[in-house]
Design a protein around this ligand. Structure first.
Ligand code: LMR
Length: 406
């Protein structure tokens, strides 16, 4: 009897499964607006110049591909800790640890497995809606996952609903928050709202877990750290998952970090030992090459400055694409207002396209979006913008017109 005889066939991944379908499509005009990947004007994942120079430097040094320590390259962890928390972080160092992880997903999983040890009976609350993998990841780690209200049909944050739900949670529950560029909606909390959330969470003894995968894509690296700063200054324990997949265009190198701010200096070593045990028994040690690239960039001021410039260019290009799409849709569908696309932040627009409209886009135009209606505006370029805008306008005209945010 095969152990696999009764294995359930699972549906494809809601994000990466779209890429699988896209790759199999042979239509020359196909466009992948599904996955959160920044593409340049040429429709390709860019190799940033700072990354190229760092790789050349590593080659020159004949840097070997040995194992990294279980918790990652020390220079990486130190530089990334400064990036996440800022160089001015009074009294944080003694209580804080930063561990190199396999991308943002790997960082989330390390944190989830740690929290299963510290708070085994806690529930995890994610935003409604949230990144598709949040629910799956925390469930896979053994948690019951529930949602707090986040997004209203008018395209704004359901702040009253969010506060109301958090206000009922018992101490020790875990709340996943998007530090910036909320995925999938692109609608962020304002500083005042962050302040109220932080105070409420501190008062109720909730555990914040900030997902910071898109830092640098809203207003810039420093401005986008605002929410992290707020929690850091509060003194409360919290976790941050961080990723260089997007901001350094290092998707496949799997470079990210889990940062944990513990409650006291005495807690730091035991927590680090647990995180190292989790890493060691899951993947042993993180990716040496990706970590070395990042450590090189963050260790050389010239390369760091170059990165900041290149990140700004990516950010600006996305904004231009947002404007281009909104303008075209406003022209093609007069009477509707698509300016929300311009105001949403990060790589995504929560377009409000219905599942039927998304299917029509795929079938008629080979344009791929998530079933939720999330589109990756960072995959638009001057060559495909007209095609995509005309296609969206056409499927919206054909659909029952109920589908887009008014
Ligand atoms: C996304 O949301 O598209 C990205 O974070 C890629 C992923 O792993 O899902």
């Amino acid at each position: 009897m095969s152990p696999f005889a009764h294995v359930e066939l699972l549906p494809r991944d809601p994000v990466l499964g779209i890429t699988e379908a896209f790759v199999a499509d042979t239509t020359p005009t196909k466009v992948n607006l599904g996955v959160g990947v920044y593409l340049g004007e040429d429709g390709r994942v860019p190799l940033l110049d700072c990354v190229r120079q760092a790789e050349e430097e590593l080659l020159r040094r004949k840097a070997p591909h040995g194992y990294s320590p279980i918790d990652g390259i020390a220079a990486y962890n130190s530089a990334v800790g400064s990036l996440i928390f800022g160089s001015e972080r009074p009294n944080l160092d003694e209580r804080m640890l930063t561990v190199q992880a396999l991308g943002g997903t790997g960082a989330l999983r390390l944190g989830a497995d740690l929290l299963r040890i510290t708070n085994p009976s806690a529930r995890v609350f994610i935003s409604d809606p949230s990144w598709e993998n949040h629910r799956a990841l925390f469930s896979a780690a053994g948690f019951t996952v529930e949602a707090y209200p986040y997004y209203k049909a008018d395209g704004t944050v359901d702040f009253a609903g969010l506060m109301q739900t958090l206000g009922t949670l018992p101490a020790g529950e875990i709340v996943v928050l998007h530090a910036c560029c909320h995925n999938p909606t692109g609608v962020d909390l304002d500083p005042g709202q962050w302040g109220e959330i932080q105070e409420l969470m501190a008062k109720r003894g909730l555990i914040p877990f900030l997902d910071a995968a898109y830092i640098g894509f809203a207003d810039g690296l420093d401005a986008d750290r605002r929410a992290i700063d707020l929690f850091a200054r509060s003194g409360m324990p919290f976790l941050v998952s961080f990723s260089f997949s997007k901001s350094l265009s290092l998707y496949g190198e799997r470079v990210g970090a889990l940062a944990v701010v513990t409650g006291s200096a005495a807690e730091r070593a035991p927590v680090l030992s647990q995180v190292k045990r989790i890493a060691r028994t899951t993947y042993s040690s993180p990716a040496t090459h990706g970590g070395a690239i990042v450590a090189t960039i963050l260790g050389e001021p010239g390369l760091t400055a170059l990165w900041h410039d290149e990140l700004a260019l990516m950010r600006d290009r996305i904004k231009t694409m947002r404007e281009g799409l909104a303008t075209r849709l406003n022209t093609q569908l007069p009477g509707r207002d698509f300016n929300f696309i311009v105001y949403q932040r990060g790589m995504f627009s929560y377009s409000g396209l219905s599942k039927t409209a998304v299917e029509a886009l795929r079938q008629q135009f080979s344009i791929y979006a998530l079933d939720s209606g999330r589109i990756c505006v960072a995959a638009l370029n001057k060559a495909n913008l007209d095609y995509v805008a005309e296609a969206i306008a056409k499927v919206l005209r054909e659909s029952d017109s109920q589908s887009l945010v008014a």
